[in-house]
Design a protein around this ligand. Structure first.
Ligand SMILES: *[C@@H]1O[C@H](CO)[C@@H](O)[C@H](O)[C@H]1NC(C)=O
Ligand SMILES: *[C@@H]1O[C@H](CO)[C@@H](O)[C@H](O)[C@H]1NC(C)=O
Ligand SMILES: *[C@@H]1O[C@H](CO)[C@@H](O)[C@H](O)[C@H]1NC(C)=O
Ligand SMILES: *[C@@H]1O[C@H](CO)[C@@H](O)[C@H](O)[C@H]1NC(C)=O
Ligand SMILES: *[C@@H]1O[C@H](CO)[C@@H](O)[C@H](O)[C@H]1NC(C)=O
Length: 377
């Protein structure tokens, strides 16, 4: 358990290659809070922050997602691909009341990756989202696409499996636009790179899908590996991570970059692609904004946090790769494959916490989270 925040001396780091090793713990992985700017300590973490390791398991239970469902008060996390179609990706279920853990698989969801909460067409948007939407990377016999999962019934339903008769490669991450209800998602090649998908037959792109009409369009291309995506809280910006630095193996000359786009006025397309941030360690993968617009992304040594100008504010440093993480009221769970970590007592509020948990007043939650979100569509 740690509650101290280490201030980073950026001028020292600018000229001393041994600066970071000198301030980091000798034994890793260990959770360390690093403030590259003072505001990370004062405004985002705050005086009550504590951080600890919760799980260290013999399998990689914590890889992607982090999708909360109010009906079961549980967080659903995709495990990492374990190298065999005989041991497909699990969904790890964390009961938020006591952080106890179980694993499951859902019929019709083969190799889950990123996921989100969502309101299927016709559902009541005055409460918390009644379902999860998972990216299914598919395998040699099942296509890659988006699969809806409802709990506690565990009913699954394919939502998008093809782009107008073409196969996706390995659908990676997804968000639902909170005003239009459209589904925005990315496609990458990781199933091919990990030998459970055929040779890709389509570029790496970002898609917009209308779940009520079936309209699907490509809204961005030109990625090495389009991966995580996230809207800013004002919905005017879409961030897309490019994990091109990892194919079959790592290559640090390729992108480890977050691109920002303006969302057009009609909320249907993108313009003004620009480089938002480049991660100094690994690559930005899963990505979430807080309600102030700061951008948090899982990278090679933990979670990095940038302000809206793309300035690195701080890190939740683990000393190992974090692919994703999930905010809850007053804290976050951080996933690093075989380990799960918890940062509690933070001031930052995840962009989707109000919608997903029904807690909209910034309170720290706990058992008895109340309703409160009023959906827009
Ligand atoms: C820190 O915790 C104290 C005691 O529970 C509480 O009164 C205070 O509001 C908290 N501060 C922040 C910034 O959350
Ligand atoms: C699924 O979970 C079980 C434990 O419940 C574990 O033994 C197995 O290795 C896991 N498989 C994957 C792919 O994570
Ligand atoms: C699409 O993928 C399926 C396997 O999911 C495969 O059987 C089929 O041949 C692929 N089609 C094309 C046009 O690549
Ligand atoms: C749904 O899955 C959970 C987790 O595996 C299990 O505990 C529960 O019994 C299942 N419910 C139904 C209705 O099958
Ligand atoms: C790394 O990627 C670059 C750009 O694709 C390529 O030119 C280079 O050969 C790669 N290096 C290695 C060692 O594979």
């Amino acid at each position: 358990m740690t509650s101290s925040i280490i201030p980073v001396d950026l001028l020292a780091a600018a000229t001393n290659l041994n600066y970071f090793p000198s301030i980091l713990p000798a034994t890793e992985p260990t959770i360390t809070l690093l403030a590259y700017q003072e505001s990370f300590a004062t405004d985002l973490l705050g005086p009550n922050v504590t951080a600890r390791k919760v799980y260290d398991l013999p399998w990689q239970a914590f890889h992607e997602g982090g999708v909360y469902q109010k009906s079961t008060n549980s967080m659903y996390i995709a495990s990492n691909w374990a190298g065999s179609l005989d041991n497909p990706v699990n969904i790890t279920i964390i009961d938020m009341a006591d952080l106890s853990l179980t694993s499951t698989r859902y019929e019709g969801l083969y190799e889950a990756n990123g996921g989100t909460t969502w309101y299927p067409p016709g559902s009541d948007t005055s409460g918390t989202p009644p379902a999860m939407l998972w990216c299914d990377e598919g395998d040699f016999t099942h296509p890659s696409g988006l699969v809806s999962v409802e709990v506690p019934s565990n009913e699954t339903k394919p939502v998008v499996s093809y782009f107008l008769g073409r196969n996706f490669s390995s659908v990676n991450d997804v968000r639902q636009h909170p005003i239009t209800g459209d589904i925005w998602f990315t496609d990458a090649d990781y199933g091919f790179f990990q030998f459970f998908r055929p040779t890709p037959t389509i570029p790496k792109q970002v898609y917009r899908f209308e779940p009520t009409t079936g309209i699907i369009q490509v809204v961005a291309d030109g990625f090495d590996e389009s991966n995580g995506l996230e809207f800013s809280p004002d919905l005017k910006t879409l961030y897309v991570t490019d994990t091109g630095a990892q194919h079959f193996g790592p290559n640090q000359t390729r992108p480890a970059t977050i691109y920002a786009f303006d969302v057009t006025e009609d909320m249907k397309q993108l313009k003004n692609r620009r480089t938002f941030a480049y991660a100094d360690s690994g690559f930005p993968d899963g990505i979430h904004c807080d309600t102030e617009g700061n951008v948090w992304s899982g990278c090679g040594d933990g979670v990095h946090v940038w302000n809206t100008d793309g300035i690195l504010l701080g890190k939740i440093h683990l000393g190992e790769t974090s692919n994703n993480f999930a905010f809850y009221p007053g804290g976050m769970l951080v996933f690093s494959n075989s380990r799960m970590w918890q940062v509690s007592g933070i001031k930052a509020v995840g962009r989707e916490v109000c919608k997903d948990f029904g807690v909209c007043d910034g309170s720290t939650g706990g058992i008895g989270w109340g309703q409160g979100y009023k959906g827009h569509w």
